[in-house]
Design a protein around this ligand. Structure first.
Ligand SMILES: Cc1cc2nc3c(=O)[nH]c(=O)nc-3n(C[C@H](O)[C@H](O)[C@H](O)COP(=O)(O)OP(=O)(O)OC[C@H]3O[C@@H](n4cnc5c(N)ncnc54)[C@H](O)[C@@H]3O)c2cc1C
Length: 219
Protein backbone atom coordinates (compact mmCIF):
# COMPACT_ATOMS: atom_id res chain seq x y z
CA UNK A 1 0.00 0.00 0.00
CA UNK A 2 1.24 3.48 -0.89
CA UNK A 3 1.93 5.43 2.35
CA UNK A 4 2.71 8.79 0.79
CA UNK A 5 1.59 10.29 -2.52
CA UNK A 6 4.38 12.85 -2.79
CA UNK A 7 5.88 15.33 -2.97
CA UNK A 8 6.61 14.77 -6.61
CA UNK A 9 7.41 16.94 -9.58
CA UNK A 10 3.77 17.94 -10.04
CA UNK A 11 2.67 18.12 -6.41
CA UNK A 12 5.27 20.22 -4.65
CA UNK A 13 3.33 23.00 -2.95
CA UNK A 14 5.23 26.25 -3.46
CA UNK A 15 3.25 28.89 -1.50
CA UNK A 16 2.95 28.21 2.24
CA UNK A 17 4.50 24.73 1.89
CA UNK A 18 4.04 24.19 5.66
CA UNK A 19 0.36 23.62 4.84
CA UNK A 20 1.17 20.72 2.50
CA UNK A 21 0.54 17.10 3.47
CA UNK A 22 1.38 14.05 1.38
CA UNK A 23 0.41 11.39 3.87
CA UNK A 24 -1.93 8.81 2.33
CA UNK A 25 -4.17 8.60 5.41
CA UNK A 26 -4.82 12.36 5.44
CA UNK A 27 -5.40 12.48 1.69
CA UNK A 28 -7.78 9.50 1.82
CA UNK A 29 -9.79 11.16 4.64
CA UNK A 30 -10.34 14.29 2.56
CA UNK A 31 -11.21 12.28 -0.55
CA UNK A 32 -13.67 10.17 1.45
CA UNK A 33 -15.38 13.21 2.98
CA UNK A 34 -15.79 15.24 -0.22
CA UNK A 35 -18.94 14.92 -2.29
CA UNK A 36 -17.81 16.55 -5.50
CA UNK A 37 -14.51 16.51 -7.34
CA UNK A 38 -13.40 18.76 -10.19
CA UNK A 39 -11.89 16.88 -13.11
CA UNK A 40 -9.56 18.66 -15.52
CA UNK A 41 -8.90 17.74 -19.11
CA UNK A 42 -7.36 19.58 -22.05
CA UNK A 43 -9.08 19.32 -25.43
CA UNK A 44 -7.41 20.91 -28.43
CA UNK A 45 -5.37 23.08 -26.07
CA UNK A 46 -8.47 24.23 -24.20
CA UNK A 47 -8.52 23.33 -20.47
CA UNK A 48 -11.94 22.29 -19.15
CA UNK A 49 -12.74 21.55 -15.50
CA UNK A 50 -15.90 19.56 -14.82
CA UNK A 51 -17.51 18.92 -11.41
CA UNK A 52 -18.43 15.27 -10.82
CA UNK A 53 -19.46 12.73 -8.20
CA UNK A 54 -16.78 10.18 -7.34
CA UNK A 55 -15.74 7.40 -5.06
CA UNK A 56 -12.23 6.49 -3.93
CA UNK A 57 -11.54 2.79 -4.25
CA UNK A 58 -8.07 2.07 -2.91
CA UNK A 59 -5.62 4.16 -4.88
CA UNK A 60 -8.11 4.99 -7.63
CA UNK A 61 -10.79 7.65 -8.10
CA UNK A 62 -13.79 6.15 -9.86
CA UNK A 63 -16.08 8.33 -11.97
CA UNK A 64 -19.16 7.52 -13.99
CA UNK A 65 -21.11 9.26 -16.71
CA UNK A 66 -23.06 8.84 -19.90
CA UNK A 67 -21.33 7.38 -22.95
CA UNK A 68 -21.66 10.77 -24.62
CA UNK A 69 -19.94 12.68 -21.82
CA UNK A 70 -16.87 14.46 -23.15
CA UNK A 71 -14.87 14.19 -19.96
CA UNK A 72 -15.69 10.48 -19.57
CA UNK A 73 -14.81 9.64 -23.17
CA UNK A 74 -11.57 11.57 -22.87
CA UNK A 75 -10.54 9.88 -19.63
CA UNK A 76 -11.50 6.44 -20.97
CA UNK A 77 -8.97 7.11 -23.74
CA UNK A 78 -6.20 6.83 -21.14
CA UNK A 79 -5.22 10.46 -20.83
CA UNK A 80 -3.71 12.16 -17.79
CA UNK A 81 -5.95 14.26 -15.62
CA UNK A 82 -5.79 16.49 -12.58
CA UNK A 83 -8.59 16.12 -10.04
CA UNK A 84 -9.29 18.35 -7.05
CA UNK A 85 -11.50 17.94 -3.99
CA UNK A 86 -12.12 20.90 -1.67
CA UNK A 87 -13.68 21.01 1.79
CA UNK A 88 -14.33 24.52 3.10
CA UNK A 89 -14.23 24.58 6.91
CA UNK A 90 -14.57 28.28 7.65
CA UNK A 91 -14.21 31.91 6.69
CA UNK A 92 -11.16 33.47 8.31
CA UNK A 93 -11.84 37.11 9.09
CA UNK A 94 -8.71 39.10 9.81
CA UNK A 95 -8.17 42.67 10.97
CA UNK A 96 -6.76 43.61 7.57
CA UNK A 97 -8.27 42.92 4.16
CA UNK A 98 -4.99 41.30 3.11
CA UNK A 99 -5.03 38.52 5.71
CA UNK A 100 -8.59 37.33 5.11
CA UNK A 101 -8.56 33.67 4.22
CA UNK A 102 -10.47 30.40 4.42
CA UNK A 103 -9.96 27.32 6.54
CA UNK A 104 -9.93 24.37 4.23
CA UNK A 105 -8.78 20.87 3.43
CA UNK A 106 -8.06 20.32 -0.24
CA UNK A 107 -6.52 17.60 -2.39
CA UNK A 108 -4.96 17.94 -5.81
CA UNK A 109 -4.16 14.64 -7.51
CA UNK A 110 -2.73 13.54 -10.80
CA UNK A 111 -3.44 10.26 -12.54
CA UNK A 112 -4.37 8.46 -15.71
CA UNK A 113 -7.84 7.24 -16.61
CA UNK A 114 -8.82 3.76 -17.78
CA UNK A 115 -12.32 2.37 -18.41
CA UNK A 116 -13.71 -0.28 -16.08
CA UNK A 117 -15.20 -2.73 -18.56
CA UNK A 118 -15.45 -5.98 -16.65
CA UNK A 119 -19.23 -6.19 -15.97
CA UNK A 120 -18.85 -7.35 -12.36
CA UNK A 121 -16.25 -4.71 -11.52
CA UNK A 122 -18.32 -2.03 -13.28
CA UNK A 123 -21.46 -2.89 -11.32
CA UNK A 124 -19.48 -2.99 -8.07
CA UNK A 125 -17.97 0.44 -8.80
CA UNK A 126 -21.46 1.87 -9.43
CA UNK A 127 -22.69 0.31 -6.19
CA UNK A 128 -19.82 1.88 -4.27
CA UNK A 129 -20.49 5.26 -5.88
CA UNK A 130 -24.04 5.12 -4.51
CA UNK A 131 -23.27 3.52 -1.19
CA UNK A 132 -20.60 5.98 -0.08
CA UNK A 133 -23.37 8.61 0.06
CA UNK A 134 -26.34 6.44 0.98
CA UNK A 135 -25.18 3.15 2.54
CA UNK A 136 -27.50 0.18 1.95
CA UNK A 137 -29.50 1.98 -0.73
CA UNK A 138 -28.20 -0.21 -3.56
CA UNK A 139 -30.14 -3.20 -2.27
CA UNK A 140 -33.33 -1.14 -1.86
CA UNK A 141 -33.53 0.20 -5.41
CA UNK A 142 -33.95 -1.42 -8.82
CA UNK A 143 -30.60 -2.62 -10.17
CA UNK A 144 -29.32 -1.17 -13.45
CA UNK A 145 -30.48 -3.05 -16.54
CA UNK A 146 -28.01 -4.26 -19.12
CA UNK A 147 -29.11 -1.39 -21.37
CA UNK A 148 -28.52 1.16 -18.61
CA UNK A 149 -25.10 -0.32 -17.94
CA UNK A 150 -24.23 -0.06 -21.63
CA UNK A 151 -25.20 3.63 -21.56
CA UNK A 152 -22.85 4.27 -18.63
CA UNK A 153 -19.10 4.73 -18.81
CA UNK A 154 -17.15 3.98 -15.64
CA UNK A 155 -13.57 5.18 -15.46
CA UNK A 156 -10.92 4.67 -12.79
CA UNK A 157 -8.16 7.23 -12.40
CA UNK A 158 -5.11 5.69 -10.75
CA UNK A 159 -3.55 8.19 -8.38
CA UNK A 160 0.09 8.71 -9.38
CA UNK A 161 0.81 11.78 -7.23
CA UNK A 162 -1.30 13.72 -4.77
CA UNK A 163 -0.99 16.56 -2.31
CA UNK A 164 -3.25 17.87 0.41
CA UNK A 165 -3.16 21.43 1.63
CA UNK A 166 -4.77 22.30 4.93
CA UNK A 167 -5.40 25.61 6.66
CA UNK A 168 -6.93 25.73 10.12
CA UNK A 169 -7.05 28.11 13.05
CA UNK A 170 -7.49 31.86 13.58
CA UNK A 171 -6.39 34.67 11.27
CA UNK A 172 -2.70 35.50 11.12
CA UNK A 173 -2.64 39.28 11.33
CA UNK A 174 0.34 41.60 11.19
CA UNK A 175 1.65 42.38 14.69
CA UNK A 176 0.68 46.07 14.55
CA UNK A 177 -2.91 45.26 13.49
CA UNK A 178 -3.83 43.30 16.64
CA UNK A 179 -4.81 46.56 18.42
CA UNK A 180 -7.31 47.57 15.69
CA UNK A 181 -10.94 47.72 16.92
CA UNK A 182 -12.11 45.19 14.34
CA UNK A 183 -13.82 41.85 15.05
CA UNK A 184 -11.56 39.03 13.94
CA UNK A 185 -11.97 35.27 14.05
CA UNK A 186 -13.39 32.32 12.16
CA UNK A 187 -16.93 31.70 10.89
CA UNK A 188 -17.04 27.88 10.78
CA UNK A 189 -18.86 26.37 7.82
CA UNK A 190 -20.11 22.85 7.34
CA UNK A 191 -22.42 20.87 5.11
CA UNK A 192 -25.82 20.30 6.73
CA UNK A 193 -29.09 18.69 5.69
CA UNK A 194 -32.60 20.06 5.98
CA UNK A 195 -35.76 18.03 6.49
CA UNK A 196 -36.19 15.46 3.67
CA UNK A 197 -38.67 16.44 0.96
CA UNK A 198 -40.62 13.41 -0.25
CA UNK A 199 -41.28 13.06 -3.97
CA UNK A 200 -44.80 14.38 -4.61
CA UNK A 201 -45.48 11.07 -6.39
CA UNK A 202 -44.34 8.97 -3.41
CA UNK A 203 -46.97 6.54 -2.16
CA UNK A 204 -48.05 7.86 1.26
CA UNK A 205 -47.45 4.52 3.01
CA UNK A 206 -43.69 4.51 2.25
CA UNK A 207 -41.81 5.85 5.29
CA UNK A 208 -38.45 7.61 5.30
CA UNK A 209 -35.96 4.71 5.30
CA UNK A 210 -33.57 4.07 8.20
CA UNK A 211 -30.61 3.70 5.80
CA UNK A 212 -30.78 7.47 5.16
CA UNK A 213 -30.70 8.27 8.87
CA UNK A 214 -27.08 9.42 8.88
CA UNK A 215 -28.02 12.24 6.48
CA UNK A 216 -31.01 13.25 8.59
CA UNK A 217 -28.70 13.66 11.59
CA UNK A 218 -26.36 16.03 9.74
CA UNK A 219 -28.27 19.19 10.63
C1 LIG B 1 -11.03 26.96 -0.56
C2 LIG B 1 -9.70 27.51 -1.02
C3 LIG B 1 -9.59 28.85 -1.36
C4 LIG B 1 -8.38 29.37 -1.80
N1 LIG B 1 -8.33 30.67 -2.20
C5 LIG B 1 -7.18 31.17 -2.72
C6 LIG B 1 -7.12 32.47 -3.26
O1 LIG B 1 -8.10 33.21 -3.29
N2 LIG B 1 -5.93 32.91 -3.74
C7 LIG B 1 -4.81 32.11 -3.74
O2 LIG B 1 -3.75 32.54 -4.21
N3 LIG B 1 -4.85 30.87 -3.25
C8 LIG B 1 -5.99 30.38 -2.75
N4 LIG B 1 -6.03 29.09 -2.28
C9 LIG B 1 -4.79 28.34 -2.26
C10 LIG B 1 -4.55 27.76 -3.64
O3 LIG B 1 -5.29 26.55 -3.75
C11 LIG B 1 -3.05 27.44 -3.90
O4 LIG B 1 -2.59 26.63 -2.86
C12 LIG B 1 -2.25 28.73 -3.99
O5 LIG B 1 -2.66 29.46 -5.13
C13 LIG B 1 -0.77 28.53 -4.01
O6 LIG B 1 -0.40 27.69 -5.05
P1 LIG B 1 1.16 27.52 -5.46
O7 LIG B 1 1.52 28.58 -6.44
O8 LIG B 1 1.96 27.37 -4.24
O9 LIG B 1 1.10 26.12 -6.05
P2 LIG B 1 1.06 25.68 -7.56
O10 LIG B 1 2.40 25.92 -8.15
O11 LIG B 1 -0.16 26.27 -8.23
O12 LIG B 1 0.82 24.14 -7.35
C14 LIG B 1 1.88 23.20 -7.22
C15 LIG B 1 1.30 21.94 -6.65
O13 LIG B 1 1.00 22.17 -5.27
C16 LIG B 1 -0.14 21.43 -4.91
N5 LIG B 1 -1.20 22.35 -4.42
C17 LIG B 1 -1.32 23.69 -4.63
N6 LIG B 1 -2.42 24.17 -4.03
C18 LIG B 1 -3.02 23.11 -3.43
C19 LIG B 1 -4.20 22.97 -2.67
N7 LIG B 1 -4.99 24.01 -2.36
N8 LIG B 1 -4.52 21.74 -2.20
C20 LIG B 1 -3.75 20.65 -2.47
N9 LIG B 1 -2.61 20.73 -3.21
C21 LIG B 1 -2.25 21.95 -3.67
C22 LIG B 1 -0.63 20.71 -6.16
O14 LIG B 1 -0.17 19.38 -6.17
C23 LIG B 1 -0.03 21.53 -7.27
O15 LIG B 1 0.12 20.77 -8.45
C24 LIG B 1 -7.23 28.55 -1.84
C25 LIG B 1 -7.33 27.21 -1.49
C26 LIG B 1 -8.56 26.69 -1.11
C27 LIG B 1 -8.66 25.23 -0.78
Amino acid sequence: MVESYGPGRKTTVRRLPQRAVYDRVVIDQILDEGLVCHVGIVEDGQPVIIPMAYVRIGERIVLHGGNASRVMRTLAGGVETCITVTLVDGLVLARSAFHHSMNYRAVVLFGTGAPIEDPKEKLDALRRLMERLTPDRWQQVRSPTERELKQTLVVAVSIQEASAKIRSGPPADDEEDYTLPVWAGVLPLRLATSAPVADPDLAPDIPFPPHLGHWEKRQ
